[in-house]
Write a protein that binds this ligand. Sequence first.
Ligand SMILES: Nc1ncnc2c1ncn2[C@@H]1O[C@H](COP(=O)(O)OP(=O)(O)OP(=O)(O)O)[C@@H](O)[C@H]1O
Ligand SMILES: [Mg+2]
Length: 289
Amino acid sequence: MAYEHHQVLTLNEQLEHKVAERTAELENTVRELRAAEAQAVHAEKMASVGRLAAGIAHEINNLINFIANSLPPLEETFRDARAILGLHAGGAHDEAARRAELRGLPAAVVEAEAVFHTLRNGVQRSREIVAGLTRFARRDEGEPCREVDVGRLLDSAVDLLRYELDSRIEVVRRYCLDGRLRCYPGALTQVFVNLLTNAAQAIDGKGNITLTTARDAGALTVSVEDSGTGIAPDAVNKIFEPFFTTREVGRGTGLGLAIAHAIVERHRGSIRVEPRAPQGTRFEREKSI
Ligand SMILES: Nc1ncnc2c1ncn2[C@@H]1O[C@H](COP(=O)(O)OP(=O)(O)OP(=O)(O)O)[C@@H](O)[C@H]1O
Ligand SMILES: [Mg+2]
């Protein structure tokens, strides 16, 4: 009897040891999986940075061209003003007045003020574009969960895609009054960039994208609706699968929605699609506070 009892104890000990070993292994696997997921999320984000880069470079280039074209007239005004000040300093006031009149200096100075204003806006806009891209490109692992206004995240996603949306697509915003949400802002912006990218790609020529936020009994619903081609019925069940894409080879990896799904799950929210072909597509993500 004593021998059996001893045997049971030993077996129990061995079992506990095995369980502890397996638990450690499992914890390790979970850690590795988390790291792999974070890596996949970041890689997909870098792919969208690549896609966005062409449009953003174009937009910044337009601003640089504008700045470059504004400089010569400003320099001319400055040169005239310096010459006229020189005449004044030498006591040739009449000649200075004549030259100022001849060169249209008063009007040029007023014009210069307007140009400075536009230049300042252009520089500010370039700064915002670069800051938006830098913020988006940042690694989100370890990003703290904090309360933000979801409308602002949607706006920053629209801003990143501004060039792609261009004048072709009208973005209609229907934000509710209280759009506050505790979330990982960088990751959620990525969800919106992915949904907006798909929406823009689904629209041939002109169309519109409607962004809606709604609060109902503590839950916040965000929807991204487009007037595009809609999703083919046989594709609807597959769109959240990793690597499912209907785009030409080299044009899509099929990860956009899989990543969006993973991020929304991390927020304990849900994401669903309402395909209403041919009128377009509506994606909804919901999160209770
Ligand atoms: N708004 C939409 N309208 C129509 N079809 C859509 C829409 N959003 C997604 N889809 C369909 O779902 C598929 C999967 O989308 P997902 O974003 O996961 O990958 P992708 O856009 O093909 O590639 P990636 O996002 O990696 O560049 C798309 O190929 C497309 O067929
Ligand atoms: Mg996509």
